[in-house]
Design a binder for this molecule. Structure first.
Ligand code: C2E
Ligand code: CA
Ligand code: CA
Ligand code: CA
Length: 277
């Protein structure tokens, strides 16, 4: 037992040291990585169940590290949030989205919307709204095609600030979306009063520990509530045909998940999604 304990202790301490090392490495490298164009925008398609057609996509960042390969955002976003670097990264992603929207307009591709993730840290910054407008104005995009995703937890952290930001952006024509709905502590009583166009039901709804029947009741009621409040409902993390058929029967508007496509490079997206149009 003693040996096992020792081994476990070494195991934990190694993992811990590696983690600290990685964090410091990430902090040392992030600024240069942005300069060297190591951050890449991936796009994951969204599919409209009423029109039976792709209707948009979400922009998701990847770090193409020269030695470590492709790194997922889960590994660096929390560190970027701690250091404040997330502001630059989110603005970089927003600009990439604008470039692609412009390019699709110029190529006369079918009109798709793109959503971009904005971190809770950005909401707090004064000048945030102006920063977004500075970037979007440069590209003169059709603003209705840009959707801004704020997470449920960041929205309920400061509802007044969210209302201010949401009202400002909607006045300019952007769409506002609540990400990860149902993952934490939503104040459902406030939902109808928030300046939101879209609600994205968290993946947790579809990997739930409830039995089939209970899960069906919860998903059905949630979809009905969102739609009756006049918003568009997106289901996230959908991987199977059975889930798609259930959501179709319940009147869900849009699906995002591996079933209709994983996140992919812009080139792959243009080939796969626009190819058959
Ligand atoms: P999110 O905004 O909730 O994005 C959805 C995540 O679920 C993505 O992970 C996506 O690849 C994954 N996903 C989509 N469909 C499926 C499915 O059918 N099954 C499963 N198992 N997973 C699916 P990803 O790309 O690793 O991103 C993780 C999180 O990192 C995002 O969660 C978002 O919170 C954050 N993130 C990504 N890009 C950015 C960014 O540019 N800025 C900020 N602030 N956060 C970002
Ligand atoms: Ca998102
Ligand atoms: Ca989400
Ligand atoms: Ca699932």
């Amino acid at each position: 037992a003693k040996t096992a304990d020792n081994q476990r202790w070494f195991f934990y301490s190694d993992a811990f040291r590696k983690k600290i090392g990685d964090e410091k490495e990430i902090m040392d490298q992030m600024e240069d990585a942005l300069e060297n164009s190591e951050f890449e925008m991936y796009l994951q398609p969204k599919y409209n169940l009423h029109r039976n057609a792709y209707c948009g996509c979400e922009a998701l960042v990847r770090w193409r590290h020269p030695h470590k390969g492709l790194i997922s955002p889960g590994e660096f976003i929390p560190i970027f949030e701690q250091t404040g670097f997330i502001k630059k990264l989110d603005m970089f992603m927003l600009e990439e989205v604008c470039k692609i929207l412009k390019r699709w307009e110029e190529k006369n591709y079918p009109e798709l919307s793109i959503s971009v993730n904005i971190s809770r840290k950005n909401l707090k910054l004064t000048g945030f709204i102006e920063s977004v407008l500075n970037i979007t104005n440069k590209y003169r995009i059709n603003r209705g095609n840009l959707e801004i995703e704020l997470t449920e937890s960041s929205i309920f952290e400061d509802v007044d600030r969210m209302i201010e930001i949401g009202q400002a952006f909607r006045k300019y024509g952007f769409k506002m979306s609540m990400d990860d709905f149902g993952s934490g502590y939503s104040s459902i009583n406030l939902l109808g009063n928030l300046p939101l166009d879209v609600i994205k039901m968290d993946q947790g709804f579809f990997n739930s520990r409830l039995n089939r029947e209970q899960n069906h009741i919860v998903v059905e009621s949630t979809i009905n509530m969102i739609k009756k409040l006049g918003m568009t409902v997106v289901a996230e993390g959908i991987e199977t045909e059975a889930e798609v058929e259930m959501l179709r029967a319940l009147g869900c508007d849009i699906i995002q998940g591996y079933y209709f496509g994983k996140p992919m490079t812009v080139d792959e997206f243009e080939q796969q999604i626009f190819k058959n149009e």
